[in-house]
Ligand binder design. Structure first.
Ligand SMILES: *[C@@H]1O[C@H](CO)[C@@H](O)[C@H](O)[C@H]1NC(C)=O
Ligand SMILES: *[C@@H]1O[C@H](CO)[C@@H](O)[C@H](O)[C@H]1NC(C)=O
Ligand SMILES: *[C@@H]1O[C@H](CO)[C@@H](O)[C@H](O)[C@H]1NC(C)=O
Ligand SMILES: *[C@@H]1O[C@H](CO)[C@@H](O)[C@H](O)[C@H]1NC(C)=O
Ligand SMILES: *[C@@H]1O[C@H](CO)[C@@H](O)[C@H](O)[C@H]1NC(C)=O
Length: 448
């Protein structure tokens, strides 16, 4: 099996070396390389249960039976898939002819840190950008275990593999996580499709189907179900690609992305004062009801699961940032830390910095969007997921929503995180709600 492909590989390599500058040869090798890509999957990998080659050798999704039984079966399969040794998936079309200027931006955050807002900085870039909003939502959903939560090791690997495929404009792995499973690469269920302008653009907007139900339909125009083949084609045409995700827990798990020679990944880690994050989550998320109760009555148990989770989140964010700021070889020039508070106070300046870091043009469209969306009046801002807000005012609001005793809990379990990011600890209720005391220390993070 391997030998059979050895000769074509050598042949391709020879051609590439001899005729490196020749476009025609490159195109031929491109085609051959795609064929080789199929080889890269370990032959006995559990992924084969998901993706089976049909007679012509294309990987197609193994037809599923139906509904709930399958869903837990799928989970088990995917867990097995994640326990396989790393498969190398480097032979996307990009790798054959890497374009030196192409950038892959990964905006990493956690929920309620303003990542939708900051994601817009890239979503609004214009015609050169392919932007995806939370594609890993599907992966997390499918990997969620019966009792809630995911196996961190298994999901980290799945997240990374899916991101790597998406940065190469390959939706096939993501497709295997979408429920219900896309038919002919067509889906009505892509999570918040409307949040990616790339997925609602002319070139990706298929014919509208009257009466068809689409939970995440485009808002700017009527489109049919999302054709992922079209999405992939459109993605390949764009110079740059950006993905935002609140699901990656440890930056280190993404190291293979940074080291993939076919990609030029820039990680932007967005952080926010964990006290503000907690305040916001209590308002936005039903599952924070214990916190809500503690806010209004009773004491926070010292050793509670929720408190442990909070500490775990803070620790993950801090360790990721520490690795990034230490600038190991694999992250050289690839990591930038941004505080939401700085973006809220100086949106234009911070956006310009992020663009400079990413090495892509800061377009007039982005500037316009930022100008328009950071100066709206209070009455115009609405809804928990609202993007339009007076961001400078918004940034301090939590201080009047979070009871001092909850602020103290966060300060107890997240102290090293607060310190690293320059968030001042408060020692009284009065200090918490005293607007004249800023809780944000000026801090420059060494990002370049
Ligand atoms: C195999 O799958 C590819 C891609 O989905 C498809 O174009 C082709 O027609 C399939 N071939 C057969 C024999 O089913
Ligand atoms: C999580 O997944 C990994 C690899 O997929 C496996 O080795 C490990 O046993 C799992 N952990 C738990 C707690 O199930
Ligand atoms: C897309 O990813 C799948 C699964 O890893 C792989 O089999 C296929 O060759 C990839 N397609 C391209 C065009 O690289
Ligand atoms: C999706 O788009 C591709 C590329 O244009 C096209 O070949 C295919 O027929 C479309 N699929 C469906 C189901 O319309
Ligand atoms: C936004 O909030 C800041 C701080 O409260 C205030 O100074 C500014 O006038 C507000 N801007 C608008 C447009 O409402």
């Amino acid at each position: 099996m391997k030998f059979k492909y050895f000769i074509p590989v050598v042949f391709v390599l020879a051609l590439v070396i001899i005729e490196k500058e020749n476009n025609i040869i490159s195109r031929v090798s491109d085609k051959l390389a795609l064929k080789q890509a199929q080889l890269i999957l370990p032959p006995d990998s559990a992924l084969q249960i998901l993706l089976k080659p049909n007679q012509t050798g294309s990987w197609v999704f193994h037809p599923r039976t139906s509904a709930p039984v399958l869903s837990s079966l799928m989970k088990r399969r995917l867990e097995t898939y994640s326990s396989q040794p790393d498969s190398v998936q480097k032979l996307g079309p990009d790798s054959v002819q890497p374009r030196s200027k192409r950038r892959h931006i990964l905006l990493l955050a956690t929920t309620r840190t303003g990542s939708s807002f900051v994601g817009e900085f890239f979503n609004q870039q214009g015609d050169n950008m392919f932007y995806l909003f939370e594609p890993l939502w599907h992966v997390e959903k499918m990997l969620t275990l019966e009792g809630g939560g995911t196996n961190a090791t298994a999901s980290a690997k799945a997240y990374r593999d899916v991101l790597q495929h998406l940065f190469q404009c390959n939706f096939s792995l993501l497709e295997s996580f979408i429920e219900p499973s896309p038919v002919d690469h067509l889906t009505s269920s892509l999570f918040r499709r409307w949040s990616s302008s790339s997925l609602c653009a002319d070139s990706v907007c298929g014919p509208f189907v009257p009466g068809g139900f689409e939970k995440f339909h485009c808002k700017t125009r009527k489109c049919g179900p999302l054709n992922l083949t079209l999405a992939s084609e459109s993605c390949l045409q764009k110079e740059h690609r950006a993905i935002k995700s609140v699901r990656v827990r440890q930056l280190e798990t993404l190291r293979p992305l940074a080291e993939d020679p076919s990609l030029d990944v820039r990680f932007i880690q967005l952080v926010r004062d964990p006290r503000a994050v907690l305040a916001s989550r209590i308002i936005a998320f039903e599952k924070y009801r214990n916190w809500k109760e503690w806010a209004t009555q009773g004491d926070v148990p010292v050793d509670d699961d929720e408190v442990r989770k909070l500490k775990g989140n803070c620790d993950n964010i801090r360790t990721s940032a520490q690795i990034g700021l230490r600038q190991p070889q694999w992250l050289r020039r690839r990591y930038m830390l941004v505080r939401y508070e700085d973006i809220a106070r100086f949106p234009m300046r911070k956006a310009a910095e992020m663009y400079r870091f990413a090495g892509i043009p800061f377009t007039p469209q982005v500037k316009e969007w930022i100008a328009k969306n950071t100066q709206v009046s209070q009455t115009e801002a609405s809804g928990v997921y609202s993007l339009q807000r007076n961001s400078s005012e918004h940034v301090e609001k939590w201080r009047f929503n979070l009871p001092f005793k909850l602020a103290q809990v966060v300060q107890r379990v997240c102290r090293p995180t607060l310190k690293l990011f320059g968030y001042k600890v408060v020692n009284s209720e009065r200090m918490l709600t005293d607007r004249s005391v800023s809780l944000i220390e000026d801090k420059v993070f060494n990002s370049l």
